[in-house]
Design a protein around this ligand. Structure first.
Ligand code: UGC
Ligand code: NI
Length: 169
């Protein structure tokens, strides 16, 4: 099978809507709080945390920069909860997601380029690739589900399915 190379499109709320939420100020309206000192951009995303003894954790992931072009061998999803990533290191990053099908093909994949002021929230059960940091080791604030049960399901492409991600053609 010929190798398929995916190039990213800009991350927007509309384009990402089937997969999750973009957590960014953008054109959103704020609520003034704290006697007018602070603008609250409210409820940009909802945390989902289901199943036995489910709770929500706030984590920091320190991700090594990915070298591009990069081969894609697998995707994962979290059936019991959402997972959100908020960049802390001032760098753009890549977001690779897929349609909600049981057997993934390269045509199901969508690659986005997220800017340093854009966080993302994968809805529960959204196929995604583990975090794809760029340019340097980057920290991400990550909010996701803790609890009993298996909350990470993986899909591995077969060996002759050659997929890579790259920044530009
Ligand atoms: N394994 C883990 O907690 N991280 C992944 O879920 C990820 O999306 O990076
Ligand atoms: Ni994940």
């Amino acid at each position: 099978m010929a190798k398929i190379t995916l190039h990213p499109e800009p991350l927007t709320g509309l384009a990402f809507a089937p997969f999750g939420d973009v957590v960014a100020i953008g054109e959103r309206d704020a609520i003034l709080i704290n006697d007018g000192n602070t603008e609250r951009f409210d409820s940009l995303a909802k945390v989902e945390s289901c199943g036995e003894q489910a709770s929500v954790a706030i984590n920091i992931f320190r991700a090594q920069a990915r070298q591009l072009p990069m081969a894609i061998h697998m995707m994962e999803r979290h059936p019991l909860g959402s997972q959100s990533f908020h960049p802390l290191s001032g760098e753009p990053y890549l977001v690779l997601v897929a349609n909600p099908v049981e057997v993934l093909t390269p045509e199901d994949l969508k690659l986005f380029l997220a800017q340093p002021d854009q966080g993302i929230n994968y809805h529960r059960n959204t196929w995604h690739h583990p975090v794809l940091a760029l340019n340097k080791t980057c920290d991400f604030l990550v909010v996701d589900r803790k609890g009993q049960g298996k909350n990470c399901e993986e899909f591995h492409f077969d060996r002759d399915t050659k997929i890579e991600i790259a920044l530009s053609s």
